[in-house]
Design a protein around this ligand. Structure first.
Ligand code: C2E
Ligand code: MG
Ligand code: MG
Length: 680
């Protein structure tokens, strides 16, 4: 009660209001600086502590002084300058000490010691300030109020620090602010209630209020300047910190090369969207893009060029999708798009077509042109799958299917595709094991002279005898071995065994070995062949390698170099499966080719199919005019034999004469010197 009568009856309320405003602003800024001090490490804690204590001490002292100027005891009042200054120093030093204690590891101890010290500092400042207050009257102190004021300051100070430490400070800075304001205000006004002045008769009560208002305004101004400086420093530091955090966040979430989102960012967005979907949020489409033929571009034109292509891919992708769709680079040449709200397969299909189309256009960079392409897998969430991991698996399956179907296309996820993918993964694992366990054998299919029907040699054909799967066709496992990088191992083994076997055959017989484009582009083909010939003792002219046009298309410079090296050893080169690929006549001119093999798919339609007949005729004539040997493959009937013989194909092979046979049988067959259709 006495507190209220003192406040409303004995104070200039305008100055009280000014003190209150200063107290609230000062406390709010001080709490921000307190937080920074407590959270700072090492030397910077002292700098923050200094700033916080000056700011808090100045605003507390100014609040007290202005409120005191607002006190109207009805007598003349003067101030002791020294004690007034001492009271300001106490406020600053006391808050500083309290703040350092507030950083103690134990939160309760920190609140008690740190907050308590701040409360005591406020009290000490107030009462020293009161001793500086010289009133011309009889001053009496009411000890009860003094004790109560001290208790208020210590308790509210401790609670303020406790709230600050309870991690609420960051989110609710007003809570510790409110307690700090309470500590200052309660101390002051309960303290003022303890102080009474009775005028002494004969002493004048000069009109001082105007002077006091001027003084109060000046002090408020100075205090606000100090508080403002503290606030500015805090804000500048906050801004710098936020900028740095934003930059770090950007780096952590983006791919440095393309500027697209990275895998981490993509995964968290996918998880967020899946979670929202499970709570009834909008559907979306997950699109995965894998570049076709990027590796050869990277390998032949160099990594810096590859990087520029990837950047161009990113920019084309960004333009192909809608503005709010998320585009991410999630692997070397793998990209992903999250298309929000997309649930209509027709719309998403169009988007995928657009992506395939823009990426299939040539990339012309720095005068060089690179042609890549893209395979796209899609999964839609409208059919209920919401788990992010499940979605990734589905889109993988869809992408794999698009690649299987011949690349440069898109494919939607379909549950039946999963089974196919699982089977493929099992096959891959089995094939890897087969390489370690050496489960491969080499069979030989004799090649005959068309006119004399004498053997001229044999083609080596690899076989995989798998314990679990039985005999697996090379047409099935060679393409997988190429993708898994196993074909060099398998091819090396076939070359070695084929040469080893052929060395034991009669001298006039040759052996033909199929060579994968991957082996040819590896840059070691001629060296490997030379070593095998040396090891097995086979004369180079008895070896032929069979290549396909795919190898020539991939990189003709590299192919040409590789083939010329092989040719220089004295080994012959044969172009296999002629007619099924690009069949460009320019290859026959540019590359050192000794033999053309007409693919079995034409031969087996002979002689009835007019188209196949004219192709076989044309190839036979082409061979004759270019001075190349021609072999017809896959002869199964007498009619087919007669037709190719008439066209002048010099050599032939097919089930009509011999199926591929194992090495032992081939050695026996050739040693017997027999030939003709019933030899095997
Ligand atoms: P290719 O080089 O064109 O081999 C000829 C294929 O036709 C062989 O199949 C052979 O068994 C089959 N064939 C031969 N005569 C007839 C016939 O009268 N009728 C029918 N229907 N087929 C006949 P295979 O052994 O299954 O090999 C398939 C393909 O696998 C080969 O085609 C070749 O491209 C590849 N390949 C085989 N062995 C190797 C190897 O050691 N390395 C590499 N890189 N590829 C190989
Ligand atoms: Mg072949
Ligand atoms: Mg062939």
């Amino acid at each position: 009660m006495r507190v209220l009568t003192c406040l409303f009856g004995e104070h200039n309320l305008a100055l009280v209001a000014l003190a209150a405003i200063l107290c609230i602003i000062g406390s709010f800024v001080s709490v921000q600086l307190f937080l920074r001090t407590i959270n700072a490490r090492g030397g910077s804690r002292f700098h923050w502590c200094f700033l916080a204590s000056v700011c808090a001490g100045a605003s507390i002292w100014a609040t007290h002084f202005i409120a005191m100027l607002g006190y109207q005891p009805g007598v003349r009042v003067t101030f002791d300058a020294t004690l007034t200054i001492v009271s300001a120093v106490i406020a600053i030093a006391g808050v500083g000490t309290g703040l350092m204690l507030s950083s103690l590891r134990n939160r309760w101890l920190a609140a008690l010691c740190g907050g308590g010290t701040i409360g005591l500092a406020i009290s000490a400042m107030h009462y020293v300030g009161m001793f500086a207050y010289r009133a011309d009257g009889i001053v009496t102190w009411l000890p009860g109020y003094v004790a109560a004021s001290l208790a208020c300051a210590v308790v509210f100070g401790a609670v303020a620090i406790d709230r600050l430490r309870a991690h609420d400070g960051d989110r609710h800075p007003w809570l510790p602010t409110a307690f700090l304001v309470l500590a200052i205000v309660m101390l002051h006004f309960v303290g003022m209630a303890a102080f009474t002045v009775a005028p002494i008769a004969g002493f004048g009560s000069g009109p001082q209020s105007e002077v006091f208002v001027a003084m109060a305004s000046a002090i408020a101004m100075a205090a606000l300047l100090i508080v403002g400086t503290g606030l500015s420093t805090y804000l500048v530091e906050m801004r710098t910190r936020t900028d740095a955090q934003d930059r770090l966040h950007h780096i952590a979430m983006h791919d440095t090369l393309t500027g697209l989102h990275n895998r981490h960012s993509f995964n968290s967005e996918l998880r967020r969207k899946s979670h929202r979907l499970s709570k009834g949020g909008p559907p979306f489409a997950l699109i995965m893009i894998d570049l076709d033929r990027f590796k050869p571009v990277n390998d032949t034109l160099g990594h810096p060029y590859g990087d520029r292509v990837l950047k161009a891919v990113a920019s084309r992708l960004r333009k192909a999708v809608r503005e709010h769709d998320m585009v991410a680079r999630i692997g070397g040449d793998e990209f992903a798009v999250l298309a929000d709200g997309a649930s209509d397969p027709i719309v998403v299909g169009h988007l995928a077509e657009r992506i395939v189309e823009v990426l299939s256009r040539p990339f012309v960079i720095g005068g060089q042109s690179a042609e890549i392409g893209a395979s796209v897998g899609i999964t839609l969430t409208s059919d209920g799958a919401v788990d992010a991991d499940a979605l990734i698996q589905q889109v993988d399956v869809a992408l794999y299917h698009a690649k299987e179907e011949g690349r440069g296309r898109h494919s939607f996820f379909d549950p039946s595709l999963t089974q196919k993918l699982l089977e493929r993964r099992r096959l891959e694992a089995d094939l890897r094991r087969a390489c370690i366990r050496e489960e491969f054998e080499v069979f030989f299919q004799p090649v005959l002279d068309t006119q004399s029907r004498e053997f001229i040699g044999a083609e080596a054909l690899v076989r995989w005898r798998s314990a679990e799967r039985g005999m697996v066709s090379p047409a099935v496992f060679i393409p997988i071995a190429e993708e898994l990088g196993l074909v060099n191992t398998i091819g090396g083994m076939v070359l070695d065994r084929a040469c080893h076997e052929a060395a034991s055959w009669p001298d006039h017989l040759m052996v033909a070995v199929n060579v994968s484009p991957v082996q040819m582009m590896g840059g070691r083909l001629a060296t490997d062949i030379a070593q095998v010939l040396h090891r097995t003792g086979l004369a180079p002219h008895r070896l032929e390698i069979e290549i396909t046009e795919t190898a020539l298309v991939a990189d003709d410079e590299l192919a040409l170099r590789s083939l010329e090296e092989v040719r220089a050893l004295g080994v012959k080169i044969s172009l296999d499966d002629f007619g099924t690929g690009y069949s460009s006549l320019s290859y026959l001119h540019r590359f050192p080719i000794d033999r053309i093999k007409i693919d079995g798919s034409f031969v087996n339609k002979l002689p009835t199919d007019a188209g196949s007949a004219s192709i076989v005729r044309a190839i036979a004539q082409l061979g004759a005019s270019l001075n190349m040997q021609v072999t017809a493959e896959g002869i199964e009937t007498d009619d087919q034999y007669s037709f190719v013989a008439e066209q002048g194909c010099g050599h032939m092979q097919g089930f009509l004469f011999n199926k591929p046979i194992d090495a032992k049988s081939a050695a026996k067959l050739f040693a017997s010197g027999s030939s003709g259709r019933f030899a095997a």
